[in-house]
Design a protein around this ligand. Structure first.
Ligand code: NI
Length: 134
């Protein structure tokens, strides 16, 4: 059986600040640099699904369904919020790209059919992309 992978990009804007509760104010400033100050990003999130081709439709996945799921479980929760203080599901999470990718994976995996999700990539800036693959 051949396997296809479909990737769709989504966008949201949000504020955040990188702070570790395990570190002092000074250590946080040294470690995270500019990221320690409150700031924002225009994030992209790439969601990759696996599927086999349905010969009747020529498609391996329904992107419209994916759009609805991602809007409901991810974008509606984070778009134009402060990720460090205004999103209860991120309480206690240091909002690095790594942690966001893993957290978003958890939200999406719970809402998608089992085994379909293969990759979540958080594109934080033109230079930084963080991928989580389960
Ligand atoms: Ni940042």
């Amino acid at each position: 059986m051949s396997e296809y992978r479909l990737t769709r990009s989504f966008h949201f804007s949000a504020g955040h600040r990188l702070v570790s509760a395990a570190l002092s104010e000074e250590e946080n400033g040294r470690l995270y640099g500019q990221g320690f100050r409150a700031h924002g990003h225009n994030y992209s999130v790439e969601v990759t699904l696996t599927g086999s081709l349905d010969p009747a439709t020529g498609m391996a996945g329904d992107l419209g369904e994916l759009d609805a799921t991602v809007a409901r479980v991810l974008l509606d929760r984070v778009d134009h919020y402060d990720l460090s203080s205004a999103v209860p599901a991120l309480d206690g999470v240091i909002t690095t790209g790594e942690n966001l990718a893993r957290t978003f994976w958890g939200w999406l995996a719970a809402a998608l059919p089992p085994g379909r999700l293969v990759r979540v990539a958080v594109v934080e800036t033109a230079n930084n992309t963080f991928e989580y693959c389960g």
